[in-house]
Design a protein around this ligand. Sequence first.
Ligand code: PLP
Length: 454
Amino acid sequence: PPLSNLQTRDLASVVHPYSPLHKLDQMGPLILESGNGVYVRDTHGNDYIEGMAGLWCTGLGFNNEEMIEAATAQMRALPYYHQFSGRGTEPAIELAEKLKEIAPVPISHVFYTSSGSEANDTQVKLAWYYNNALGRPKKKKIISRIKAYHGVTLMAASLTGLPYNHMDFDLPFDGILHTDCPHYYRFGKDGESEAEFVARLAQNLRDMIEREGGDTIAAMIAEPVMGAGGVIVPPKGYFEAIQPILDEHDILLISDEVINGFGRTGEWFGSQSHGMTPTTISVAKQMTSAYAPLGAVMIPEFMMDALKSQSEKIGTFGHGYTYGGHPLGCALGVKAIEIYQRMNICERVRSMTPLFERRLEALKDHPLVGEVRSSGLLGGVELVADKATKRAFDPKQGVGPQTAVHLQKHNLILRPIGDTIAICPPMIIEEDELNALFDRLELALDDTEHWVAK
Ligand code: PLP
C-alpha cells in the first residue's frame, strides 16, 4: 500500500535505531498510536499482539490505569528533581528500598540512571573506582561474552559482544575481553555433552584470566539469560562452574538484569533462576514497565564503603545523570513493583510457563525450527536451513527479517535476532492471548517456509 502521511513524515525526519536505514522507505515504518493490555494499534487501525512487550519491557502491558494515575500524581507534585549534591525525592528513596527488599543478594545502595546502557557504563566506572579505592589501579579489565548485549553507549557497546555494535564504531575499547557464549546448541562440539561443554567454557575462562593476569581484571558482566544475542539460556551448572574461578581472582560478577529482572524468568531476578550469585546488579526496562525511562545499579555495602572512602580522598563522587532517579520514573518503579508484588508476578509467570513451553516445544515439528529455548516467559525460536546438521541460513537471505514481515501480516509483533525469533510478551498475558500469539507465529512460520521454498 502507498505510504501514509505519517509514514512519509517519519521517513523524512526520524532516524530509526537498529533498522536497515537503506530499506525503510520500501518497508514503510510501522507507526503505533495506542495500546490496550497486550495489544498495540497502528495508525491504520490494525491491532497487534505485542509479543515483545515493546523492547522486552512493558511487563504490565500498555494501558495500566494505576500506572497512569501514579504518573499523573507525581507530575503534579514534582515533575523533576535530581540526586546531585545530596538532593533527593521520596519516590527515589522508596524505590531504592523496594529494590533492596526484592534483591537476590544483600544490597545496601542504589545508583540511578536513565537507561540500561547507562547502568552498565556506571557498573564499569564503579568497578574501576572501587579498585582505585582499594589501591589496585591495575585491576581494570572487564570480561564480557560473545553475543552479550549490554547497551549502546561507548562502554556498554564495548561490553556488548555483537558485531553490529562494534563495526565502524571503532569498538570495543581496549581492556574489554569477550569470552565464550554459553549456547550449547550452536557452540557445543560434536559428541560433547552439555556438562562437558560447561567444563570447557569454564576452562577457557580460567585460561583467559590466567593469560591476562587476574590482578588486571576487575569484573565480569553477564546477563543470566542473554536477550538480544538471541535468547540464550545457559546450560545447567554454567554459572556455578564459572563463579568460583572469578572468586579465586577477586573478580566481581555483574548481573545485567535489564531484560531478566522483575519476574520475567519466574523469579524476581534471572540470576535466581540460573544459579548466579552476583556482586552488583543492573536493572531498567520492566522496573517501570517502561512507562518512563529509568535504570539503576544495585550495589552491596562493601562497595558503597569503598565509594565513600574514595570520595573522601578525592573530594566527590564525580558521576551522575541529569535524569537519573527522575521522580516520574521512580514513582512508576515503586508502583510497578507494588503491582508485581500484589499480582504475585513470579508465581503468575511460573503458572503460564508450562503453556509457553508446550507451545514452543510443538514448534520443533516445524521444518524450519532448529531449536526452541526459554526461561519463564522469555523465549527464542531458531530457524535453520537444515535441522539435521543445524546449518544456518545465509544471513543475506534475511529469513529472520522476512519472518517478521509475515508475523506483522498476522497481527503479531515479535523480534527477529538474525534467524532467531524472540518472544517476550507482557507478563500480564492471559492463556487465550498466549495461545493466539503462538497460533499466529505458526501461520507466519508456514509463510516463511513457502517463501524459502520459492
Ligand atoms: N542490557 C541488556 C541486557 C539489554 O537488553 C539492554 C537493552 O535491550 C540494555 C542493557 C541497554 O538498555 P537501554 O537500551 O535502556 O540503554
